[in-house]
Design a protein around this ligand. Structure first.
Ligand code: NAD
Length: 350
């Protein structure tokens, strides 16, 4: 018998190849007139094309978005908003740029044009970094007013970023299938995300110009973000937060390396979900399939490969377990150290 609570987020989505062309008309519908386009320095050239597309509805370009949304960058962007008289922002980029738009969303509406598979645009999770410490929280007000998913914008995403980025999305869905929370609506998002991403990511990496594969991967990321936005986080996200925050590991790659290990850790408490997960991955053994998917897309599979030293593991385990973790299998510092050691060595958990 079902028993659950589900609260949707205020999503508003346009999805389709070439859909960025609808941006001026969509702004008109929303009653918005002057958009400040946000991007990372790397993507400034392509973001300028969005400024050009917006024409008189563009207030300008702010191309200084950085990973983990430093408060100094938010302050600079706020100044740019004031100087240009913008009445909304358009985040053109991956999770870093979406994150900047979210940080400004209390003050003005944000439209997201995702160009990676981070899925952040579907969540109500915000993050900001001050003096080397990242704070995160949930607020529905940071969900973009509109998200325009145009898979053509992901065609230039190199395989080396696309693989881990897709596995970052996969982790959001897997964490929500194996959280023990048993919310059937969140599970729908998560299962379909896993199925779609597992099929799409190897195709994206093998044939980067395959627009259909890119579209599937972006759709999978959208669903994965929906599962994270309406679902929960547990041991997996705690470990990623600690490694990223205190040891400077790259975000998507950290998710990629840890995912088989955190999934194996929770498996004993969620046997039914593990069978569903394996079926969605098209495999018999879900943990092995996640590990092999990372290998297949050329993503890192060891903590060593992403700059963690073995001597850091005890401190990482201690930091991760400083406060209780909501997780279907109770977590001790010793367990986490063993898990991290396996992940360091790339030893497939059994
Ligand atoms: P990113 O946004 O930092 O992008 C990585 C690099 O790829 C950047 O240099 C960027 O310019 C480049 N890039 C992006 N799209 C490109 C494209 N189409 N073509 C060529 N280059 C492209 O990385 P990310 O993994 O997308 O996002 C990571 C950040 O997002 C982290 O700060 C993470 O905490 C946050 N995040 C937040 C949530 C949430 O729910 N709040 C979810 C996932 C990630």
């Amino acid at each position: 018998m079902h028993e659950f609570e589900f609260r949707a987020l205020p999503w508003n989505i346009v999805f389709g190849a070439g859909s960025r062309a609808r941006l001026p008309a969509e702004l008109e519908k929303l009653g918005l007139h002057r958009a400040l386009v946000l991007s990372t320095p790397n993507q400034a050239g392509d973001a300028q094309a969005i400024v050009d597309l917006l024409g008189e509805r563009a207030a300008g370009l702010f191309s200084e978005a950085l990973m983990h949304v430093p408060v100094e960058t938010v302050a600079k962007a706020r100044t740019a908003v004031t100087q240009t008289g913008a009445d909304c922002t358009v985040s053109f980029g991956g999770g870093s740029t979406t994150g900047l738009g979210k940080a400004l969303a209390l003050e003005l509406p944000n439209i997201a044009l995702p160009t990676t598979y981070a899925g952040s645009e579907m969540t109500n999770i915000w993050g900001m970094t001050e003096a080397g410490r990242k704070r995160t929280g949930r607020a529905d007000t940071v969900v973009p007013t509109l998200t325009v998913y145009d898979p053509e914008l992901t065609l230039k995403l190199p395989a080396s970023i696309a693989g881990p980025s897709g596995l970052n999305a996969m982790a959001q869905a897997v964490a929500n299938l194996t959280s023990g929370a048993g919310n059937p609506v969140v599970r729908l998002f998560a299962l379909e995300a896993v199925r779609t991403l597992a099929q799409a990511l190897p195709r994206v990496v093998a044939q980067p110009e395959d627009l259909e594969a890119r579209s599937d991967a972006l759709y999978g990321a959208c669903l994965a973000g929906a599962s994270l936005g309406t679902g929960t986080t547990g041991l997996h996200h705690r470990l990623c937060h600690v490694l990223g925050g205190s040891f400077g590991t790259p975000h998507a790659e950290t998710h990629t390396v840890l995912l088989p290990h955190t999934t194996a850790f929770n498996a004993p408490a969620v046997a039914g979900s593990m069978s569903d997960l394996a079926a969605a991955l098209g495999a018999e053994d879900a943990v092995r399939a996640l590990f092999e998917l990372a290998e297949a897309v050329g993503a890192p599979t060891t903590l060593e490969a992403i700059g963690v030293s073995q001597g850091d593991l005890p401190r990482a385990a201690a930091l991760a377990t400083e406060t209780p973790i909501s997780n279907p299998v109770p977590v001790t510092t010793k367990d986490v150290e063993a898990l991290l050691n396996n992940a360091y060595l790339g030893r497939l958990p059994c």
